[in-house]
Design a protein. Structure first.
Length: 116
């Protein structure tokens, strides 16, 4: 599967092998357990993040992975989003420190992109 990631005016594509989607359930469960206690999302503390908020948190980690050229982490974060939000094909990651402003798209992100 593929997740298109919009960062400011740049569009990147993260390709996620099917094996990652099927084998990372334990890692994703641990991530969910970490978020169960609440999360600081920008200026706001979210007591019990819902699925969309959890994916916004993970999208922020995805942004960091892409900025640091950590392809394996980027792939894992993209896989989390794809499994938790079926039908999602793109994400516009907020870069101004407001995770709650991150948006998800059910269709291809505008502008195309290149695979990592």
């Amino acid at each position: 599967m593929r997740l298109e990631v919009i960062i400011d005016d740049q569009v990147l594509a993260v390709n996620v092998p099917d094996g990652v989607l099927s084998e990372a359930g334990g890692v994703f469960a641990k991530m969910d357990a970490d978020m169960d206690g609440g999360w600081q999302m920008g200026r706001e503390w979210v007591e019990q993040p819902d699925t969309d908020q959890r994916c916004q948190i993970v999208a922020n980690r995805l942004l960091t992975a892409l900025e640091t050229d950590n392809q394996s982490l980027a792939t894992m974060m993209a896989a989390y989003i794809l499994t938790r939000r079926p039908g999602t094909t793109g994400v516009r990651v907020d870069t101004q420190g407001e995770m709650l402003a991150t948006e998800f798209f059910p269709e291809a992100a505008p502008g195309g992109g290149h695979a990592l």
